[in-house]
Design a protein around this ligand. Structure first.
Ligand SMILES: CSC[C@H]1O[C@H](OP(=O)(O)O)[C@H](O)[C@@H]1O
Length: 347
């Protein structure tokens, strides 16, 4: 039986079941957000994180917000739903999947033929679960589509975590690695630790090790040496938002890895579902970049690693210009330059 990567967020026995990713790799802790406020907090604090997983969490957060609604009619119900969507949208600004999912659930309710509030409540949950199920299928397809690009490689480098923990299951950047492994082609993976929150060390290394895939953890400043020594034949990363021209917002540090890959003649692949594309933005300089608590940079847990009172810059994402992107792997196929035309054709 091929290895089945873990699903980070599901709906089971009438409640959200979610891995608290801030507790990994030391402990596998399952939590059950019961209110929209608890879901907002889980997204904000990266208990659930990764663009597709954030979208699923937001959609389920909408259901938590309205499941006990006492709205007297459809108009009141839709007003409550809109208010909850605005609240969840305030949790994190960069991953477009969050906004895409909130909009999709609201549109499903708007298109409903019933005015019965109980039926509309059920519809919200049904749409949230459809988003989750479809994301799992998209990740499988990304795995299959991406495999053709990696099948001749021995090792790849990845940044942050775009694995099963960032999606419904299987991941985006790690999906081709899981797909190939299930067919007997086991790639080696070099995982950037990915400061400051260490998604690579804590999450990518953990999930690949669980899957029996040989993973080597490196600090972010080792990527150049790994490439210079010829140890990797490709780089593959996820994305939080891709604009109409193919610019890619992803975890801070991705842009630097892309430049290093270009310098070393190594292909730089981005893996993402269609729900990560934002065609309303023409280029990456329009993408809102989340800036987080400076303490994430100045402390290692509770231990200060920088003097008090200094300036700290802590953007959670950067933007890689499309010119550094070799190809974008989606569930609909592989998109190559010229990106503006080919994204418009495929997405
Ligand atoms: C498959 S989307 C993964 C994407 O999201 C991560 O950001 P965060 O951990 O802050 O949610 C990172 O940018 C990953 O590449």
């Amino acid at each position: 039986m091929p290895y089945e990567p873990i699903a980070p967020i599901t709906w089971k026995d009438g409640q959200v079941e979610m891995i608290d990713q801030t507790r990994l790799p030391g402990e596998l802790v399952i939590i059950h957000p019961r209110t929209v406020e608890e879901m907002w907090d889980a997204i904000k604090k990266l208990k659930v994180r990764g663009a597709p997983a954030i979208g699923i969490a937001a959609a389920l957060g909408l259901y938590l917000a309205i499941k006990n609604s006492r709205a007297g009619d459809r108009a009141e119900f839709e007003a409550e739903l809109k208010q909850a969507a605005a609240y969840l949208a305030s949790s994190r600004p960069t991953a477009v999947n969050l906004f895409w999912a909130l909009k999709r659930v609201q549109q499903a309710v708007a298109a409903a033929t019933t005015d019965d509030v109980s039926s509309l409540k059920e519809l919200v949950l049904k749409e949230a679960l459809a988003i989750r199920d479809e994301d799992e299928a998209m990740c499988r397809a990304i795995g299959e589509n991406g495999a053709s690009l990696l099948q001749d490689a021995e090792a790849v480098l990845t940044h942050c975590n775009a694995g099963t923990l960032a999606t419904a299951r299987y991941g985006t950047a790690l999906a081709p690695i899981y797909y190939l492994a299930s067919r007997g082609k086991v790639l080696k993976v070099f995982a950037d630790e990915t400061r400051p929150l260490l998604q690579g060390a804590r999450l990518t290394a953990w999930e690949l090790h669980q899957a029996g895939i040989p993973v080597t953890l490196i600090t972010d400043n080792m990527a150049a040496t790994v490439m210079a020594r010829g140890w990797v034949q490709a780089v593959i990363v996820g994305a939080d938002r891709i604009t109409a021209n193919g610019d890619v917002a992803n975890k801070i540090g991705t842009y630097g890895v892309a430049i290093l890959a270009r310098e070393h003649g190594i292909p730089f692949y981005v893996a993402a579902p269609a729900s990560t594309f934002d065609l309303s933005l023409s280029s990456g300089d329009q993408i809102p970049i989340e800036e987080r608590d400076p303490a994430e940079v100045s402390h290692f847990g509770l231990r200060p690693t920088a003097p008090e009172g200094i300036n700290i810059f802590n953007p959670a994402f950067d933007v890689t210009p499309h010119r550094y992107v070799t190809a974008i792997i989606t569930e609909r196929g592989i998109i190559r330059p010229p990106y503006k035309q080919n994204i418009a054709r495929i997405i």
